[in-house]
Ligand binder design. Structure first.
Ligand code: IMP
Ligand code: MG
Length: 180
């Protein structure tokens, strides 16, 4: 199939995203109000725009770190493998940690990342995902503490999210519609 021709239809406007990010940040700030420091862990690369907007709305002492995971193998297999390409720079033992993800799709990535981080014994470990596609879930016990928007099973781009590394710079979230 030739996927070279496609158009992008706007799904969530930049304005809606900004309003939602503000609301999420308020809830997160309340939850961690007593923290001495919140370590915000962005999952590369898709969360880089979301995390940059989110941390600027948090009224907490914050440290930012990044982790890059890549899934490979047959994505239809339930035991999909997830590899850590870039680990955190800092320690998280005994710390308050917030994982920031772009999309929870099948749930395999988040499942593996959370198991890895949990083994390091953080004090608290919560997840904020911008998007969730619940209808695509293959791992049952995976759910973000906070979700920006639940979306249907569409392939989306923009606001950090790519299609073949393109379109991350779109200020809104759009769905990809193939024309050939
Ligand atoms: P999961 O392991 O299936 O939950 O995969 C989640 C990851 O797949 C996300 O962090 C994205 O990088 C990628 N992904 C899932 N859905 C989309 C999409 O619609 N557009 C772009 N990337 C996606
Ligand atoms: Mg990702």
């Amino acid at each position: 199939m030739d996927h070279s021709n496609y158009v992008i239809d706007q799904m969530i406007s930049a304005k809606s995203i900004a309003a939602r990010v503000e609301a999420l940040a308020e809830e997160i700030s309340q939850r961690f109000a007593d923290t001495d420091k919140l370590i915000v862990v962005g999952l590369l690369r898709g969360s880089f725009v979301f995390i940059s907007d989110l941390v600027r709305e948090l009224e907490l002492p914050v440290e930012v770190d990044f982790l890059e995971a890549s899934s490979y193998g047959n994505s239809t297999e339930s035991s999909r493998e997830v590899r850590i390409l870039k680990d955190l720079r800092g320690e998280i033992e005994g710390r308050d940690v917030l994982v920031v993800e772009d999309i929870v799709d099948t749930g395999h990535t988040l499942h593996h990342v959370l198991a890895l981080l949990r083994a390091r014994e953080p004090k608290r470990l919560e997840v904020c995902a911008l998007l969730d596609k619940p209808s695509r879930r293959e791992v049952d016990d995976v759910k973000a503490t906070w979700t920006g928007f639940e979306i249907p099973d569409e392939f989306v781009v923009g606001y950090g999210i790519d299609y073949a590394q393109r379109n991350r710079n779109l200020p809104y979230i759009g769905k990809v519609r193939f024309t050939s």
